[in-house]
Design a protein around this ligand. Structure first.
Ligand SMILES: Cc1cc2nc3c(=O)[nH]c(=O)nc-3n(C[C@H](O)[C@H](O)[C@H](O)COP(=O)(O)OP(=O)(O)OC[C@H]3O[C@@H](n4cnc5c(N)ncnc54)[C@H](O)[C@@H]3O)c2cc1C
Length: 395
């Protein structure tokens, strides 16, 4: 699209990916219209840990680094405080039992291959760092990783900064369909009518597939529900992030697949449960997590927060006295290979989704890649691993 003075680009979805794309496109001179059917950050973008961790898949590292640089760049002039830690607060990978030691090592080594400093700890050393951990905890690794930010604030800030650059942000405006002209896409149809554009970027998270399928693009994007529980601690129990081995690494490599009708006819698929404890600056604690294929719009299994707490108390017994502030869930957009799908799928149609549990980690870099593809500029890093053409439904 280079050579056209002001291309009009429609971005569908006001999550972190859509808002980052709107910002990056607007600041490069495109006329942008962002459509969000709800409030900004209404999806997983406003309902997650907000952790910046080094991706365990090295292919994602340049995208993650570009994202962190973007967040650091916008932080000072941000209309909302992002709450970005200036440096990592530390990430402990804990083998709660002897047989989790291999999983802990695998996770630490994967982080090391993405450039993170790691240190092996004995049970004694670990309990010296975090004395509230259960006495039975076997051993672990300290990773020099983990910066926190407020993910809803980041998402809204990106949209407001995009607006400062001329973008039009339309909330409570659902995109119902894509405007087609032969095999090309020339805009969208919302409840307010048709709006034409030079390009449409679908960043509608787990709902992206529903917009793409009618134009013959069938990408394997599924939804993975994840719960978080927010606790008020009687006293500060942790200073670092604590993750029970096996949770962070398993499942990030492969997305949650759609369950079969037969499976669902018998029973909803069981959630995959893990423990990730996140101390917040205000002394509250955020506890995750779970992964479960989404079947119904409301939770399939309301017992998940209870089971998350049960596992968390096992790792951090003093947690049992904490008051529960609330629990909520978000839906991660996942792909079978755990990598996002970013690129052109039709003339005039682009996609940016499938970030799984890493949409904040990867959002800024995604937006830079999207803007370069849509505007015909040089890609900031190798786009090939994210090419939608790796899935058969793109023809
Ligand atoms: C429990 C949990 C913890 C997580 N922790 C982290 C973390 O620590 N770090 C990290 O990087 N990631 C984390 N994630 C993942 C992260 O939340 C997601 O990867 C990210 O939010 C995806 O962003 P998105 O913009 O693609 O999707 P969404 O946030 O879902 O945004 C898509 C938007 O599109 C809108 N939309 C859908 N259809 C339409 C339509 N037809 N018209 C208009 N608008 C539409 C939706 O309303 C929604 O607002 C976590 C996720 C969960 C669930």
């Amino acid at each position: 699209m280079s050579g056209r003075p002001t291309p009009h680009v429609i971005v569908v979805g006001g999550g972190v990916i859509g808002c980052a794309c709107a910002f990056e496109l607007a600041r490069r001179g495109a006329a942008v219209t962002l459509f969000e059917r709800d409030e900004l950050a209404a999806g997983a973008s406003g309902r997650n840990h907000g952790l910046l961790l080094a991706p365990l898949d090295p292919v994602l590292v340049p995208m993650a680094q570009a994202s962190t640089r973007l967040y650091e760049e916008i932080e000072e002039g941000s209309p909302l405080p992002l709450g970005l830690d200036p440096s990592p607060i530390g990430f402990l990978v804990v083998a709660a039992e002897e047989d989790e030691a291999d999983a802990a090592r695998a996770e630490a080594e994967a982080a090391a291959s993405s450039g993170v400093r790691i240190e092996s700890l004995t049970a004694g050393e670990m309990r010296k760092l975090e004395p509230a951990l259960a006495p039975g905890v076997a051993a672990g690794w300290l990773l020099d990783d983990g910066r926190r930010l407020d993910p809803a604030a980041l998402t809204v800030a990106l949209a407001l900064l995009a607006r400062d650059k001329g973008a039009v942000v339309r909330r409570h405006a659902t995109v119902r369909a894509l405007l087609r002209e032969g095999n090309s896409v020339r805009g969208v149809v919302s409840d307010e009518g048709a709006v034409s554009s030079d390009a449409v970027v679908i960043a509608a998270g787990p709902w992206s597939g529903g917009l793409l399928r009618p134009v013959g693009v069938d990408l394997p994007i599924t939804g993975s529900r994840g719960w978080l529980v927010h606790l008020a601690q009687p006293e500060r129990l942790l200073t670092r992030l604590v993750n029970r081995a096996g949770w962070h690494i398993v499942g990030e490599e492969s997305g949650v697949s759609r369950p079969s009708a037969d499976e669902v006819a018998r029973q909803y698929p069981e959630p995959d449960l893990g423990t990730l404890l996140q101390p917040n600056r205000d002394a509250s604690l955020l506890v995750g997590g779970s992964r479960q294929p989404v079947v119904t719009s409301e939770p399939e299994d309301p017992s998940v927060p209870r089971r998350i707490l049960e596992a968390a108390i096992e790792l951090l017994p003093a947690l049992s006295a904490s008051a529960v502030i609330s629990a909520w869930w978000g839906i991660r957009p996942t792909t079978p290979d755990g990598r996002p799908v970013i690129g052109q799928v039709r003339d005039g149609l682009f996609v940016a989704t499938g970030h799984g549990g890493q949409g904040v980690i990867l959002g800024g870099g995604t937006a830079q890649l999207v803007a370069s593809i849509v505007l015909g500029e040089k890609a900031p890093f190798d786009p090939m691993p994210f090419d939608p053409a790796r899935f058969v439904g793109v023809r």
